[in-house]
Design a protein around this ligand. Structure first.
Ligand code: BES
Ligand code: MN
Ligand code: ZN
Length: 468
């Protein structure tokens, strides 16, 4: 995707249209076009295709409305075969970032694997926004950078689990080395055994595709603060021996979205030039019921020395994240440690499909991440930690147990388990079990992987660590 700032006469020319309280439409006077939110009108005028995207009511318009309208319109235009769009931001040029972000994320669809020439869906080739000042151009470029980082995460997320195994995921991390200048180290199953990553080996033990622990380090300046991000990348979660019911299985290729979000965040932070040293740990494994699979009632010693009873082999993500947290906190003593993953179905029950669960013992950090979510439209909501949950995660014959004794508060119990591994610095846990696991297509976003968490956390880090 190429971002331009000139008039581009051969492109479709897209403008926004609002409706006033009195029913007057701005931009396009035609009676046939409602101008309502999500509507799109196309017409040809002296050889040029003109498009209008409805914003609905002209009051209370903000970033989110523009992001959605641009997304819906770009999705519609690309589906209709237009690959080059010129957006006239007009009075909304202050929202250039949101418009560009919305358009690039909205225009995305997964290329897929259909054979036959020309069967792959076309995407957005060029996007131009004429009439922006220097500051607005900068915002637009940031929006493009973030959106493309998100779309790369979606591309990996939409790959099927036979094609994106933990080892293949590790090789994809190489692309991020090129894009971010980070150094990469990969632990294979033998390294994991040698260094005591029993959680990774337990989760991945039942699969013919062995686990990987993937570490990227981007050190800019030793004087900068260190931020570590640990992501859950279960390339397929069958549940293991505690196998999931059939209808739940197909979406479990998206159980890798946390690890991918961590990679996307590294790219976003690089592009936005956030002054931090960044560590990304991707905990990759496939949870399958093979003859070397872990069993309910197994006891393992996680990296770092804590013992855990496996009460349920389907509560695998916390075993991976616990080891990732233990490793990065011990080795790097980060100032801030974040972990992210599709940890629980319970978080969807609590918050639905459009907000991540946010957990932290640090009110200020939680507030910063929450506000970054509201600004970016990549949303979250804080849920509780606390003694009542921690108590339930204590083991009977080991230090901890990976499930609680009751059915309730599952997202908080997952978080309370991880809290034991958070180290000394500030910490937050983000459960994208709802927002990272796609449901169906939205008007402004295609079905499939969403890339949830990337923009929210990039905005949060930018707010916490402003440039010079
Ligand atoms: N990957 C799942 C969580 C999940 C399930 C996310 C459905 C989105 C949709 C996770 O590994 C899991 O299976 N969690 C269990 C935990 C339970 C066994 C304590 C869950 O949520 O049921
Ligand atoms: Mn599971
Ligand atoms: Zn899982």
């Amino acid at each position: 995707m190429e971002l331009l700032f000139d008039e581009a006469p051969s492109f479709v020319r897209l403008q926004f249209c609002t409706v006033s309280q009195a029913g007057e439409k701005s931009g396009l006077p035609q009676r046939e076009f409602s101008g309502q939110e999500g509507s799109l009108a196309l017409l040809r005028e002296s050889g040029r295709v003109l498009a209008w995207a409805g914003l609905g009511s002209d009051t209370g318009l903000g970033e989110d409305e523009l992001r959605r309208a641009a997304g819906t319109a770009a999705r519609g235009l690309v589906a209709a075969g237009f690959e080059c769009i010129c957006i006239i931001a007009g009075p909304y040029s202050g929202f250039a970032k949101a418009i560009v972000e919305g358009a690039i994320i909205g225009a995305y669809s997964f290329a897929g694997y259909k054979s036959g020439a020309g069967s792959a869906p076309r995407g957005l080739g060029q996007l131009s926004l004429p009439g922006l000042d220097a500051q607005e151009r900068l915002w637009a470029s940031e929006g493009a950078a973030l959106a493309e980082a998100v779309n790369r995460v979606r591309d990996l997320g939409n790959m099927p689990p036979n094609m994106l195994t933990p080892a293949v995921l590790a090789s994809k991390a190489e692309d991020y080395v090129r894009r971010t200048g980070a150094c990469l180290r990969i632990w294979d199953e033998y390294d994991l055994a040698g260094e005591g990553f029993a959680g990774h080996l337990a989760v991945g033990g039942g699969s013919a595709n062995p686990p990987r622990f993937i570490l990227l380090e981007r050190e800019l300046d030793p004087a900068f603060p260190t931020v570590a991000v640990v992501g859950k990348a279960v390339t397929f979660d069958s549940g293991g021996i505690c196998i999931k019911p059939g209808k739940d299985l197909e979406e479990m290729k998206f159980d890798k979205m946390g690890g991918l979000a961590a990679l996307g965040l590294l790219e976003a932070v690089t592009l936005l030039k956030v002054p931090v040293n960044m560590i990304v740990a991707v905990c990759a494994a496939e949870n399958m019921p093979g003859n070397n699979a872990c069993r309910p009632s197994d006891v393992i010693t996680l990296y770092g020395g804590k013992t855990v009873e496996i009460g349920d082999t389907d509560a695998e993500g916390r075993l991976l994240l616990a080891e990732g947290l233990a490793y990065v906190t011990r080795r790097f003593q980060p100032d801030l440690t974040l972990d992210i993953g599709t940890l629980t179905g319970a978080v969807c029950v609590a918050l639905g499909m459009h907000r991540a669960g946010l957990f932290s013992d640090d009110d200020e950090l939680a507030e910063t991440i929450f506000r970054a979510g509201e600004r970016s439209g990549d949303l979250c909501w804080r849920l509780p930690l606390g003694r009542e949950f921690s108590k339930e995660m204590e083991g009977r014959i080991a230090d901890l147990r990976n499930i609680g004794s009751s059915r309730w508060g599952g997202a908080s119990k997952g978080a309370a388990f991880l809290e034991h591994f958070k180290g000394e610095g500030r910490w937050a846990h983000i459960d994208i079990g709802g927002s990272g696991m796609p449901d169906t297509a939205l008007p402004h976003i295609d079905a499939g992987a969403t890339g949830a968490g990337v923009r929210m956390l990039a905005e949060a880090l930018r707010a916490m660590y402003p440039q010079g």
